[in-house]
Design a protein around this ligand. Structure first.
Ligand SMILES: Cc1ncc(COP(=O)(O)O)c(C=O)c1O
Length: 390
């Protein structure tokens, strides 16, 4: 290629899921059947009542048109009902912008908050797409260290110690991807106080909020009438309704924040596709009990996984787990997470992600998305870890 590319993008590593899936093509043909613990995707189909409903809409010519950039008013109205039930909050449709997955909501949030040279504090291990976005934009991601003894939970004091005059946001993913750690509401509230003291944003990515056991309220922050001063939330309905390919995301913030974010929305995507908006509307109006059933199933998967994985004799050890993920230490001394993950592909037919894609110094770990596999497959998946040659 003779043209010059931006050094900001060439320096970014290739998407790790694509990299790891590429190893599968090279594995021995007579290897065991694959068990995919790599990309977090619910293994089950969307609710049939949702897909039946969407089928009735396909002939409507409106469905193939643009919608307002922020999404249809009736869909955002329905979402306000969801926020009332889930968070006990009175949001207005003007607080919401429907996006192409939580991924695009993150872009909107970041370009609205930061410019090149600014800093965002992230809790390590970090969901890899977040530092990738920051690097492409010349924004510095500053990592709060992973403390294994704290189960990967953030320490508001440690995070406050990292704030400088360039910091624009504290980013927290809860439940965490990759550790599964669910940050307690009190710690989330403390983080908002830290953000307030420094006039910066608390940027909460709650992609897995529907997988908190028992459906507990993730936090109380939206009940504070002044929440929009410092809180920006990223949400996804991809995992909630098993619609990852529909790209069903959402940005929730103050009216003023959304007003500016819509400039980016208009230039990046214009709007979330109407079919996705209709899916989200149907979901929030009809599927609470379907979601609760899947949440209970996911909790059973988690319990089963923990029980099998932590029985003595496993050379891998569990560091933390919850919601959809387990974060484990591999036993291969002197091996990177990539080398360990590759061994698992070749020898055991297991695909998972190497620790180092979630931050520097995390080569000793692997991320397993146990939420992808059925309860009855969990013993077989864990047996393959237990029987690895080390
Ligand atoms: C923490 C986190 N944020 C955002 C996303 C992206 O979600 P979406 O598919 O809605 O873009 C993911 C997807 O795995 C995720 O794990």
């Amino acid at each position: 290629m003779s043209m010059t590319l931006s050094p900001l993008i060439t320096a970014v590593h290739f998407p790790p899921i694509s990299e790891v899936k590429g190893w599968v093509a090279q594995r021995p043909a007579d290897g065991p059947e694959l068990i995919d613990l790599c990309q977090a995707v619910p293994d089950y189909a969307p609710a049939p009542q949702l897909t039946d409903h969407l089928a009735t809409l396909l002939g409507d010519p409106q469905l193939s048109r643009y919608s307002p950039d922020e999404g249809l008013p009736e869909v955002r109205e329905a979402l306000c009902g969801y926020y009332q039930r889930k968070y006990g909050a009175s949001l207005s449709p003007d607080n919401l912008c429907l996006t192409i997955g939580a991924s695009q909501a993150f872009w909107l949030a970041i370009v609205t908050l930061c410019r090149a040279g600014d800093e965002v504090i992230m809790q390590a291990p970090c969901y890899f797409d977040h530092p990738m976005v920051l690097e492409m934009l010349g924004i510095h991601g500053v990592c709060a260290s992973f403390v294994e003894a704290d189960g990967g939970l953030p320490s508001p004091a440690a995070i406050e110690g990292l704030i400088t005059s360039r910091t624009r946001a504290i980013l927290l993913v809860s439940p965490s991807n990759p550790t599964g750690a669910i940050t307690p509401p009190e710690i989330i509230a403390e983080l908002l106080q830290v953000a307030r003291r420094h006039n910066i944003a608390l940027l909460l990515d709650e992609t897995y909020n529907e997988f908190i056991p028992g459906g507990r309220r993730p936090h109380e922050l939206f009940r504070d009438p002044a929440w929009g001063e410092n809180l920006v939330q990223i949400a996804s309905f991809g995992k909630t309704y098993a619609l990852t390919g529909y790209r069903a995301g959402l940005l929730a913030a103050s009216r003023q924040f959304i007003h500016h974010a819509l400039k980016a929305q208009d230039t990046m995507a214009v709007c979330q596709p109407r079919i996705t908006q209709q899916a989200v509307k149907f979901g929030v109006e009809n599927l609470d009990s379907w979601v609760a059933g899947n949440r209970a199933m996911m909790a059973r998967r988690h319990d089963r996984f923990r029980e099998e994985f932590t029985r003595s004799g496993n050379p891998f050890s569990l560091s933390s787990s919850g919601a959809f993920f387990a974060w484990v230490k591999h036993p291969f001394s002197g091996c990177s997470g990539r080398q360990a993950a590759k061994k698992l592909v070749d020898q055991a037919g297991i695909i998972c992600l190497p620790g180092e894609v979630f931050g520097a110094g995390l080569e000793g770990y692997l991320r397993l998305a146990f939420g992808n596999i059925r309860e009855e497959t969990i013993p077989e998946a864990v047996r393959r870890f237990r029987e690895m040659d080390v």
